[in-house]
Design a protein around this ligand. Structure first.
Ligand code: IVH
Length: 673
């Protein structure tokens, strides 16, 4: 008790400090301390809370990353329906809107607020006594998904409002992904062989739907808020005051909102932003024009679908025409062939576009695009430009049709079209294109992290026959490297040192670096925890793999196919000879707790709810180390369910099946920790 009293004030102080610096960093864009100093504050708080779990509160800054996978989302009914806005597409349509408004409010002045129309996902947040207690998506407008745990991971959403004493409020706004974060995320996804998101809005929507808040935390999400529900109860009489009140609460308020005396000046604002939209780091698909007076808003009311006090002004998608100079075929790391249109460079939405993917032959046929054609390319919400149509009237003579090759353009081996897929693949694992890209992936950050091994160098190494696969990186000759283009003594020695360092990467990293289809870094971690050595992984059947939590039949099939290939087995042997980690290094087991003797040996375990003293990954690794297996869902094969706080439907199912359930304390006992 005494200790608690002693640390309590320090914990409060640390939370206050961290909240202040979060706000400076995420909301004000004006950090006051270094990242290191911030990490030290957070580190101290994490330490104190770990020692005094009773003092952990839900609004503590340490509670942002929940890590607790939900079982699906609960449905919540909105306090007031979340309507959507009617659209307009021209200044005249805005004037018609103004005429409708003023007809309902005869002889009154009507001022408008013009705001950016953020292209994201609308959400509602509820704060009680200043503490974030709920967050939901719009859903069908009446009922949405409870995504509180996911929203808590967004750094610019405060877990506690800034205002002294706190308030009970509901605010609504838009969660979105900044373009810079989106580009980075898609680069990673491409590297990990996961389908990239088509645009930042899809990425934001997809992220909010993830069931694991830990994963959401890694997505670069942000949010802006534009509505204070029941604003009059907060002493606010106009929309622009509501925006100011939202900002005063420590939330990010709708940016660039401007008060306009009449519709003509509102129209002017819309026109300005249509020109300037390319300069923002997030996508907007138009502007929103709202009546400023909340009293007038109330009198105008709403139809079943949308309010009469506001309207969206949608920007036209930006399009340009250009000429298809050529169509080339790219071969990716896993052998997928992608046709790419090489375009005469053209400026669209502020960036020069010179290539556009044509996806596959089906898409080329659908568009009937031929080499030499003039095409319309569009950059709407999407960041990646797409060819939307061929300007047939400009087609001259007989432009050349394009057909996907029957042989790989890089290695000349016949290509195949796996049944059920639209894509063509080169299945020659020694194809130079695949070899080059797989070496790049192997060396990438997050994988073996070999700095200095860039595209140009990899191309030379493969083209000159110096390496045939990434296994050969560990027997590179200094004299050979020095003679390569743009290599000198220093860069050669640096590279060799980097390669040397990479020998110590963990087994999980190596698994990711291998470039097995569908095995990203997260899945690699899960596999390495469950099968802590290459031997164990090789001995696992497809069914056993598919049963692992977060691994399904697709990944399981892909892992099995990879490990069954003779070529890959030879590659793995080469890596083992090079001294790479073929097993997870574990802390030495305590005497008497060898896996075979553990009470968890051979047991199939399911985790549900939030564990207090360890993360899921830690629990998974510890259970695997004790000889057990963690699977994702409860079935008749399950031996044991470990129940944390807030357990989900898995516990109910376990009860139904009569499966033994234990709590975390009991698990620790079984683990001998
Ligand atoms: S006001 C009654 N303001 O656009 C609806 N909406 O169809 C009040 N949106 O569902 C919405 N930026 O998701 C408002 N500054 C903004 C907005 C905005 C984006 C979204 C919102 C809404 C949709 C309109």
């Amino acid at each position: 008790m005494g200790a608690k009293q002693g640390v309590g004030p320090r914990i409060d102080e640390l939370r206050e400090l961290i909240r202040h610096h979060d706000r400076q960093y995420f909301v004000e864009n004006a950090p006051e301390i270094s990242d290191r100093a911030y990490d030290r504050l957070m580190g101290e708080l994490v330490g104190l809370e770990a020692e005094h779990p009773g003092l952990v509160t839900p609004d503590s800054p340490t509670q942002r990353v929940g890590g607790e996978p939900a079982e699906g989302f609960e449905t919540v009914t909105h306090s007031v329906p979340m309507l959507s806005l009617d659209n307009s597409y021209s200044p005249d349509e805005l004037r018609e809107f103004d005429a409708r408004v003023r007809k309902q409010l005869p002889d009154e002045d009507v001022a408008y607020v013009v705001e950016l129309k953020l292209d994201g996902v609308s959400v509602a947040l509820t704060y009680e006594d200043g503490i974030l207690v709920g967050g939901a998506t719009r859903g069908d407008g009446r009922r949405g998904d409870d995504v509180t745990a996911n929203l808590r991971t967004i750094p610019s959403i405060p877990l506690r409002l800034a205002e002294e004493g706190g308030a009970t409020v509901e605010v609504r706004g838009e969660v979105f992904m900044p373009r810079s974060g989106f580009d980075e995320l898609n680069r990673t996804r491409k590297r990990e062989e996961t389908a990239p998101f088509a645009n930042p809005r899809n990425a934001a929507a997809g992220s909010l739907k993830l069931l694991d808040p830990g994963e959401v935390a890694a997505r670069p999400l942000d949010a802006f808020f534009y509505q204070l529900v029941g604003a009059d109860a907060h002493g606010v009489g106009t929309h622009h005051e509501a925006i100011a009140a939202i900002a005063a609460m420590g939330l990010r308020a709708s940016p660039e909102a401007s008060l306009c005396a009449d519709i003509e000046s509102a129209i002017e604002r819309c026109g300005d932003w249509q020109e300037r939209r390319g300069g923002l780091d997030f996508d907007i698909d138009g502007m929103v024009v709202k009546v400023d007076s909340l009293d007038q808003q109330a009198r105008l009311g709403a139809t079943a679908k949308s309010p009469r006090w506001g309207i969206a002004f949608k920007f036209p998608a930006q399009s340009e025409t250009t000429v298809v100079a050529d169509i080339v075929v790219q071969v990716g790391r896993t052998g997928k062939l992608t046709p790419v249109a090489i375009l005469e460079p053209v400026l669209v939405s502020g960036s020069t576009v010179s290539r556009a993917t044509l996806h596959n032959q089906d898409e080329i046929d659908r568009l009937d695009v031929r080499i030499g054609d003039t095409v319309t390319i569009e950059k709407g919400g999407e960041v990646i430009p797409k060819v939307v149509s061929v300007v047939k009237s400009k087609r001259k003579g007989r432009p050349r049709r394009f057909r996907m090759p029957v042989n790989c353009p890089v290695c000349s081996e016949p290509v195949v079209k796996p049944s059920g897929e639209v894509d063509l693949r080169c299945e020659n694992v020694s194809c130079a294109a695949q070899v080059k890209r797989s070496i790049e992936h192997f060396a990438a950050r997050g994988a073996m992290n070999i700095e200095g091994l860039g595209t140009a160098l990899v191309d030379q190494l493969v083209e000159k026959g110096i390496v045939e696969d990434f296994g050969d990186l560990y027997s590179l000759d200094r004299d050979v490297l020095i003679d390569l283009e743009r290599m000198g003594e220093k860069s050669t020695d640096n590279l060799l040192a980097e390669i040397e360092k990479s020998r110590n990467r963990s087994f999980a990293r190596l698994l990711f670096a291998l470039g097995v289809r569908h095995v990203g870094s997260r899945v690699a971690d899960v596999l390495a925890a469950e099968f802590p050595s290459m031997e164990k992984l090789e001995n696992a059947s497809e069914e056993e793999l598919a049963e692992v939590d977060e691994v399904g039949p697709v990944i399981a099939g892909s892992v099995r196919a990879f490990l069954s290939s003779k070529h890959n087995r030879a590659l793995l042997a080469k890596l083992e000879d090079a001294g790479l980690a073929m097993r997870t290094k574990r802390r030495r087991a305590r005497a008497g707790s060898r896996p075979s003797e553990s009470r968890l040996a051979g047991k199939t375990v399911v985790l549900t709810g939030v564990l207090e003293g360890m993360t899921r990954d830690e629990a998974r690794a510890a259970i695997a180390a004790a000889g057990g297996r963690v699977t994702g869902s409860v079935s008749a094969k399950t031996d044991l369910v470990v129940v944390g706080s807030d357990p989900g439907s898995k516990l109910a199912k376990a009860r139904k099946l009569g499966i033994k359930a234990i709590d975390e304390k009991k698990l620790r006992k079984l683990l001998g920790t």
